[in-house]
Ligand binder design. Structure first.
Ligand code: PLP
Length: 314
């Protein structure tokens, strides 16, 4: 048995994606960004976060993500010493220092901890951190082309009157259990229901149903996704009817098209649900139209904020 002694320096046996993090006033290599195991963000999932992406060197709709993050902070009684503008600058610097042109950029505020491990959340000092790593997607290249196979899971999404779904949170055990449920049933991803048996959302995405000329998406018990909001905005511009309402599993199974939306991947097709093909079984025309319009907007300076990268070292 190894000699029982305290280590002077922690040696991390794990590997991490390349990137840059911000913690406690310092920009760090991703491998150095560590959080105390006493932080209630970790112990109680007592945290809120947000994720914005950078595409071809520019943030996409950053103002909307900041607005959602700050509104979540207020709802769960967290404060931090940074304004929206200062958070925007920190996120910018993480990306610029990482050098990533396509990035997944996360901002987090945890409840933090208190020196005497108080159980009263008001005694904790809230903690802000952020990081930029390479862009990732819910759907891989093949799924993006041919569509994902989703399973409507028997796991119920945490109801919004327990945990407010408008506050982006790490209460993911229902979503992760749903994923395992889907894998066991031969699917690639999961769609969870709300407590009334209607469609809610999936692990990191909102769900859309296309029938005839009308697009619907669940209204209640879901994160108001920024990509979901972008679909509403694009539909307005394209004069397509799109509304948030009740969506049932039967609506989804009988849809012409189904697609999902996330900052991690944009607009992504679902072509099979519970082993049955949706519509023609291939990606549909509405999905194609919206997906093109979505990526086209990434070239529009009104929707994008460029990153100023430091000059490359010679
Ligand atoms: N729903 C949940 C539970 C999520 O975690 C996410 C994103 O991570 C979404 C929906 C999609 O939101 P957005 O389009 O803002 O990425």
């Amino acid at each position: 048995m190894a000699l029982l002694q305290l280590s002077n320096e922690y040696k991390d046996p794990h590997n991490y994606p390349k990137g840059v993090a911000y913690m406690d006033g310092q920009y760090l290599d991703m491998s150095k960004a560590k959080l105390s195991i006493l932080d209630y963000g970790f112990l109680h999932s007592d945290a809120t976060y947000d994720v914005v992406h950078v595409w071809q060197g520019a943030f996409f709709r950053l103002d909307l993500y900041l607005e959602r993050f700050f509104s979540g902070l207020e709802k769960i009684h967290m404060t931090m010493p940074y304004s929206k503008e200062e958070v925007a600058e920190i996120l910018h610097n993480c990306v610029a220092l990482s050098g990533h042109k396509n990035a997944y950029v996360e901002m987090i505020c945890t409840r933090g901890n208190s020196p005497d491990f108080s159980r009263d959340p008001r005694d904790s000092i809230n903690r802000f951190m952020a990081f930029a790593v390479p862009f990732g997607s819910v759907a891989n290249q093949d799924q993006m082309k041919n569509g994902l196979h989703a399973i409507i899971s028997s796991i119920v999404r945490i109801p919004p009157n327990s945990v407010d779904s408008k506050v982006k949170n790490y209460h993911w055990l229902d979503l992760v259990t749903g994923l395992y449920d889907a894998y066991e049933k031969g699917g690639e991803t999961a769609i969870l229901l709300d407590s009334e048996g209607n469609i809610a959302e999936g692990p990191g995405f909102n769900v859309f149903c296309v029938k005839g000329k009308i697009i619907t998406t669940p209204e209640k018990g879901v994160l108001p996704g920024i990509t979901r909001r972008t679909v509403f905005d694009l539909c307005d511009e394209l004069h397509i009817s799109c509304c948030a309402t009740e969506v049932t599993p039967t609506d989804l199974r009988n849809a012409d098209e189904v697609f999902i939306t996330s900052t991690a991947g944009g607009i992504m097709p679902i072509t099979k649900i519970d082993h049955n093909v949706i519509g023609s079984g291939t990606t549909g025309p509405i999905f194609q139209l919206l997906k093109s319009a979505y990526w086209e907007k990434h070239k529009n300076s009104d929707w994008c904020l460029p990153i100023h990268y430091p000059p490359a070292k010679i």
